[in-house]
Design a protein. Structure first.
Length: 169
């Protein structure tokens, strides 16, 4: 495969909110989102460490519970992890006795992912950590600002989903 010529790169929408002459990485939405995510992940990881859990495990378990996923394939799809990463995550959570794999009674080929009793307790209590971190980081935001921020992020996600679905990149 021959690489594209870098000289052929051009801004596709010169009337868009970003332009080449004024582009600064630290003002980019992607950069700002990544910085916010980094701060939240670090803080949540720090609060979860005494419980031998990580933020990625927290997110994975919340997806398992809130999205009603029951198989590794469903979890991989919902978390945007590849199947290998999903298997490794399940292995770690199974070793911690938070989840277990069970064969489906309806179809023996299907392996269901089930929260253990301890896993149910973990999933019930873990949101306290996220809530405490979010409340601390958002303490200087009023309710309207939080509402606008969430609405704009959802709008961004909706547009990104449409772009990916239509393969417009």
């Amino acid at each position: 495969m021959t690489p594209k010529n870098i000289l052929d790169l051009a801004v596709e929408n010169p009337d868009g909110p970003y332009n080449l002459a004024e582009y600064q990485q630290n003002e980019s939405i992607g950069y700002l989102l990544k910085r916010c995510f980094g701060f939240l992940t670090t803080a949540i990881d720090k609060q979860l460490a005494p419980y031998d859990l990580t933020h990625p495990q927290f997110a994975f378990l919340m997806t398992l519970k809130q999205q009603n996923c029951s198989t590794a394939a469903e979890l991989a799809r919902e978390t945007s992890l590849d199947t290998g990463a999903t298997t490794r995550m399940l292995d770690r959570l199974e070793a911690k006795e938070i989840v277990r794999r069970e064969r489906s009674l309806e179809d023996r080929r299907v392996i269901k992912i089930v929260l253990t009793d301890y896993g149910k307790l973990v999933v019930e209590k873990m949101p306290v950590i996220a809530i405490n971190v979010l409340n601390q980081y958002l303490q200087d935001f009023d309710a309207d600002e939080i509402s606008v921020l969430k609405r704009l992020l959802k709008k961004f996600i909706y547009e990104a989903d449409a772009i990916v679905a239509e393969d417009r990149l």
